[in-house]
Structure formats: structure tokens, C-alpha cells
Write a protein that binds this ligand. Structure first.
Ligand code: CA
Length: 266
């Protein structure tokens, strides 16, 4: 009987130790620090130095770009290799163009402070419809089911792609809320977001809002040093060939980059 009690005690102890270990491991994983990345340039392409880039997406072999500034905003279809604009639509002077995304062959474009979005036929650039939202409009992307937009805060808004009604919000956090989320791109289950006026892209978990990675693009383009308005802004992804493109406002170049992991222990 005494031996049975000893065995029972040992078994209980083992179970408790396993339980504590699982608890510690799961707790650690939830507090895991983001992976830090630098970059390597795979190829450099020309980019219109007059394009105040606010939205960028790659679809069906072409770049689609939205440019901002009052009286200068536009929607463009661009040949990647040459930077040539092969289709363009100018916005009315009072609108400041912002992010774009393509969903079901429609281009959805935000405007900055007009609380209005435009929906275009992807081929003809004809305006199909308009919609409104209560916040500023900064970046927009989609996950195949929902539109996801930023407004310069730390909040990402998930919108129904048919009604443009808000479904939910997620706060982006890396210990503290991460604000100034700008141009967006949904890449392999994560949301990539430019941070306005920084050389950084946050890689975000769409469910939790947690930043799972940081890309430091310091030094990729020196034009920012000459004109502080020429900031990093524009992420596009070609899922067919797994190519990641980035550019900036009035940058003369657009880059195909690979991410290079920095953290030694991850
Ligand atoms: Ca984008």
C-alpha cells in the first residue's frame, strides 16, 4: 500500500510538472518578441518620380497605383519593368487619393479626409459605385474575404466587401499600440503595414493585431534625406511568383526585395 502511495505521489508530481511546463511555454509563446528583418534588393525598377504613392497592388501582371495630393490624385495601371503608365484616371480636384485594393475585379480606392471611397471597374477604370466611412482613409488591402483598411491610427478596420460596412476592428500592438499604420498588403496570412514617416514595415497577425515581425528598410532609398515628404509608402505582392515590391512617395525607383531574418535565436 505504501509503495502504491509513493507511485501515486510520483505520478501526480509528474503531471504537475508537465502542467507547469506547458503553462510556461504557452505563456512565453504569447509574449514572443517580433522577428526582425532587414532586406536584400533583388531587382530595381523605375518609378514615376512625380507619383505621390498612396496605394500599390500587383494584379494580373501589372502594378496598380493610387497617387495623392489635392488636384493631383490619380489611379494608374503601370508596367512593372518600365514604370510606364498605360492607363490613368484623374480624381476630381477636391479628393486626395489614398490606398487601393483589388477585389473581384474591382478596384477600391480610399480618399484621405473626404470619408469617401470609390469603386472602379478594374479594366475600364469607370466608377461603379461610391461608399463612405467615418474615419480618415489611409491604406487598404484584402484577405480574400474582407477589406482591411487603416486610418493612420493603430486600428485596422475589417469591412464587408459588398456593403463596405465595418465587421470588426483590430488594434495593432507591439507591447504598446502601433500607430501611423499606412499602406497595407496582405501576404500569406499576415498584414504588412508601412509606418508613416518611418523606414519600417510591421508584419501583423490579422486575428490578434500582434506585430509578429518588423522590417527595417533604412537606407533603401536616399531620396527621403533630400525631401522628408518622400517617405516609404507602397507595398505590393505578386503571389504568383512570390515577389515583394516596395516604393515610396515620389521615389524614382521601385524595389523587388527579399526579407532577411536578423534575430539569431529565432
Ligand atoms: Ca498595397
Amino acid at each position: 500500500m505504501k509503495k502504491q502511495q509513493q507511485i501515486a505521489t510520483i505520478l501526480i508530481t509528474i503531471v504537475i510538472i508537465i502542467g507547469i511546463t506547458i503553462f510556461i511555454l504557452s505563456n512565453n509563446s504569447s509574449q514572443q518578441t517580433p522577428i526582425n528583418y532587414t532586406y536584400e534588393i533583388v531587382k530595381t525598377y523605375p518609378h514615376d518620380p512625380e507619383a505621390f504613392t498612396q496605394g500599390l497592388e500587383f494584379n494580373s501582371g501589372f502594378l496598380f497605383e493610387s497617387t495623392g495630393l489635392f488636384e493631383e490624385s490619380s489611379l494608374r495601371k503601370v508596367i512593372l519593368e518600365t514604370g510606364e503608365v498605360i492607363k490613368s484616371k484623374t480624381l476630381p480636384d477636391q479628393y486626395f487619393g489614398e490606398g487601393i485594393t483589388i477585389f473581384n475585379n474591382k478596384i477600391i480606392q480610399l480618399t484621405w479626409i473626404s470619408n469617401k471611397g470609390f469603386v472602379y471597374n478594374m479594366d475600364s477604370f469607370e466608377v461603379i459605385s461610391e461608399f463612405s466611412y467615418p474615419t480618415q482613409g489611409w491604406g487598404i488591402t484584402n484577405d480574400g474575404s474582407n477589406l482591411i483598411m487603416s486610418d493612420g491610427s493603430s486600428t485596422l478596420y475589417f469591412l464587408d466587401p459588398n456593403t463596405y460596412e465595418k465587421i470588426k476592428e483590430v488594434t495593432v500592438i507591439d507591447q504598446n499600440p502601433v500607430s501611423n499604420l499606412n499602406e497595407l498588403e496582405f501576404i500569406q496570412g499576415q498584414i504588412y503595414a508601412n509606418i508613416f514617416q518611418q523606414h519600417k514595415i510591421a508584419i501583423i497577425n490579422p486575428q490578434s493585431g500582434k506585430v509578429e515581425g518588423w522590417v527595417d528598410l533604412t537606407g533603401i532609398n536616399e531620396e527621403t534625406n533630400v525631401d522628408p515628404n518622400k517617405v516609404l509608402n507602397g507595398i505590393a505582392y505578386d503571389k504568383e511568383t512570390d515577389r515583394l515590391f516596395i516604393t515610396g512617395k515620389k521615389w524614382s525607383k521601385l524595389y523587388h526585395i527579399n526579407l532577411v531574418k536578423l534575430n539569431k535565436l529565432q
